[in-house]
Design a protein around this ligand. Sequence first.
Ligand code: NAP
Ligand code: MG
Length: 515
Amino acid sequence: MMGAFSNEPMTDFSQADNRRLFEAALAQIKSQYGNSYPLLIGGRPVQSESVKPSVNPARHGEIVGLVAQANRQRASQAVDVAAAAFERWKRVPPTARARTLYKAAALLRSRKHEFSAWLVVEAGKTWIEADVDTAEAIDFLEYYGREAERICAPQPLVRIPGEDNEWTYVPLGVGIIIPPWNFPLAIMAGMTASAVVAGNTVVLKPASATPVIAARFVQLLHEAGLPEDVIQFVPGSGGEIGDVLIDHPLTRFISFTGSMEVGLRIVERAARLQPGQRWIKRVIAELGGKDAIVVDRDANLEAAAQGIVQSAFGYAGQKCSACSRAIIHVDVYDEMTERITMLTSQLSIGDPALQGTDVGPVIDRAAYNKIRQYVTAGKQEGRLLVGGGMDEGSGYFVEPTIFADVDSQASLAQDEIFGPVLACIQADDFGHALAIANDTPYGLTGSVYSNRRERLELARELFHVGNLYFNRKCTGALVGVHPFGGFNLSGTDSKAGGPDYLIQFMQGKVVSEKM
Ligand code: NAP
Ligand code: MG
């Protein structure tokens, strides 16, 4: 029996010992750069003709791994193998499945810096961001293990005389797991482990930018005793093999986290009944955001400025929860824009492998080019306060960039840019600020800085986002503490890391026996 869940602590890098250990991990993984990672189908490594290098976004000449790419035939085969494995895995008791997760969490904890080091070099995370990502992965394993034990136990029912009634949750079948690259360990691990601990078998298609971390995590699950045919590891281009995985008649559900465009495509395709298909496919889709921080006239402006800068530029703005709009009351607009400009100009940008770096690179050339278009557009749509510089000489670096006086309908204020670009928008009053905040297709996170109770209560009621924060930053949701998911086109609001999550990968079965 495991104790109650508690969050994995963050590493204190002000301690010299911790710094040495992290440096050592960064040095140690170097010997494994360029290793090959095959597909894993039914536990067997499968090489493929096509291999793709995974590169370090801070030094794009540096290859961190060579990853086999699945073609459509392999992808389809992976679903068949997962379907066969389901017949056994679904009968493994939930407590035994949960123990595999606890064991994996213990292994990951013992190799924490090693995994974080891979996050630094494959995803361009700073030490702190990498440490948080790994800690969150540990949390998901611990949390979903306990959730499986809770939900798979017989559920409470109203009793009637003369009948024995039992209500339990059983797994669904084969799941397709498609994570994004921005939390390449935590989100990938959480999406995979939740589906598996619920008794499903899966095909895991990692994001193409971060397959090495995923491969190493799958390896760790095997070390923890997970049967090798429960997860089929199928790296490859989403555009190439995504449809095959989603359309397959034996696919029972799709767990997706990524962009709105891809998510909506998956929802549409999954709705079509395929020949031989015997169920309605379930789609759990967590999508993008255009998250705002609202600053009221009597807010603590220094705290607000810090919250905005951390939320906007942590991991170079590449979080679904990142603040990309600062909506500021007219009375404090000038002072606030000055404060956030000042704090932003102090951020150091560079290689995240160096401990002092605040902002690393963006993930790849496509992201870099997309962000450049918005920085260019921003010079028409707003007034550049700070940043705007870009350099892809050695890595994909974009300066933290702030535009002021942006119209709430401008592309800068409506589109998810997914980079270190912040739009400041002036509001006439608090009600106006909330109206602007709600006026995008998304509804993921948001934050309000105010010292007036009635304003906070108004925001509590009207600010339509899945995760709303008061007087703190809008990033950094913790497993179990802040169940996470968004409204509107931000997704199905699955609330990852919360008590409603796991049940989405199961279905309830009621058995009634006459006595
Ligand atoms: P993305 O481009 O949509 O990719 C996500 C995943 O979908 C990747 O594994 C990708 O594979 C795959 N994919 C691409 N095209 C596909 C297709 N046609 N069919 C099936 N799968 C396909 O998103 P991203 O750039 O990785 O991640 C950033 C996005 O994720 C942002 O919009 C962000 O807000 C969102 N996000 C949301 C949350 C949340 O909890 N709401 C959390 C994190 C991120 P390839 O890599 O091979 O293209
Ligand atoms: Mg992408």
